[in-house]
Design a protein around this ligand. Structure first.
Ligand code: TRP
Length: 339
């Protein structure tokens, strides 16, 4: 089993990022060792240039994301943690795969349609070929499994189509160059909403800082944000169905369940009939208990440029070694002469 997954570097990391992709990666890392497998996790910094961006911000976000991943439990000694920009094979393989990917396939990608919007003609070529780079990311390492959110499933299917066509067109039947990877869509990916509005996702771009719990927030700030979180005047129901039509209440209970590692019904068993005056302090304390070790490590590591550089350099070295044979095989299969 070889797990490969990427994440775009963003700044101002918050609880939604942690309970979304990051914690899931940490679990996979911790599970896979008993299966004798291997995890590669990378910052998709090359993907980030497909949209208008600020170079200084991209560099800062990349380092911040590494600090967050390590603080949350990704261990650079057990997993291979790196950024694409330090492993040129990603870009090289993308070009080789551009010969196999079809315009028609890419034209069907919904992310391109969403991100380019009405301005298709003004979208970057990188945005269009984004899924081919993503295919290179996983095919380079012979990934067997790729954890992604539901929104990335289409890109994974494309990676499989590219791998299959390349193998068909250029490889003997008994010696395919690429492994077809399977997506892993986490079933319980918690959708964390804003603390101020239960119908909006928790987001770094919400102008109100009170809407989110940042990984940089100290214990007092976390307690205060939970205390001020929007709720309704009702007491908590005894089962999940009773939270319907109560998005703020559902969000807070959902956060509690995700942090405690239990189900919503289990949380409600303990709090049925209680108001938020009782529930909020319990939630705040749980968050502080679980987040403060992460917070401490994150704040410290974020400022340690030397250590962050060293982590990325080490990861890149391992990734380059691991990807080299597949890249060589791809060049060779295409008849490209390299001495
Ligand atoms: N496109 C992914 C996202 O936005 C990030 C990503 C890039 C990725 N390359 C990948 C995810 C390879 C999994 C595998 O979430």
């Amino acid at each position: 089993m070889r797990i490969v997954s990427g994440i775009q570097p963003t700044g101002n990391l918050h609880l939604g990022n942690y309970l979304g992709a990051i914690r899931n990666w940490v679990r996979m890392q911790d599970d896979i060792e008993s299966h004798g497998g291997q995890c590669l996790f990378f910052l998709a910094d090359l993907h980030a240039i497909s949209m208008p961006h600020d170079p200084a911000e991209l560099a800062a976000n990349t380092l911040e994301m590494v600090a967050a991943l390590v603080a949350c439990g990704i261990d650079p000694d057990r997993s291979i943690l790196f950024n694409q920009a330090q492993v040129p094979a990603h870009s090289e393989l993308q070009w080789l795969l551009n010969g196999t990917a079809r315009m028609g396939w890419l034209n069907r990608m919904t992310q391109f349609k969403d991100k380019s919007g009405k301005n298709r003609e003004g979208a970057s070529i990188a945005l269009f070929t984004y899924p081919v780079l993503q295919a290179a990311d996983v095919l380079l390492y012979q990934a067997t499994h790729v954890p992604v959110g539901e929104d990335q499933k289409q890109h994974l299917e494309l990676a499989r189509d590219i791998a299959q066509k390349f193998n068909n067109d250029f490889c003997p039947v008994d010696a395919p160059v690429f492994t077809l990877p399977d997506p892993i869509i986490p079933p319980d990916a918690a959708r964390i909403m804003s603390l101020r509005d239960g119908s909006a996702k928790m987001s770094k771009s919400d102008p109100s800082d009170m809407s989110r719990i940042n990984l940089t927030d100290d214990a007092d700030t976390v307690m205060q944000k939970v205390r001020k979180a929007r709720t309704d005047p009702e007491v908590l129901p005894s089962e999940a169905a009773g939270l319907e039509g109560r998005p703020e209440a559902a969000n807070l209970v959902g956060i509690y369940a995700a942090m405690a590692g239990t189900g919503v019904d289990d949380v409600l068993k303990d709090f049925a009939g209680e108001g938020f005056g009782k529930f909020k302090p319990a939630l705040g304390e749980l968050l502080v208990e679980k987040l403060s070790p992460i917070n401490e490590r994150f704040v410290e590591l974020k400022q340690d440029r030397e250590q962050l550089d060293a982590i990325l350099a080490k990861g890149a070295l391992k990734a380059r070694d691991l990807g080299a044979p597949t890249l060589d095989a791809a060049y060779k299969a295409l008849g490209l002469v390299r001495g």
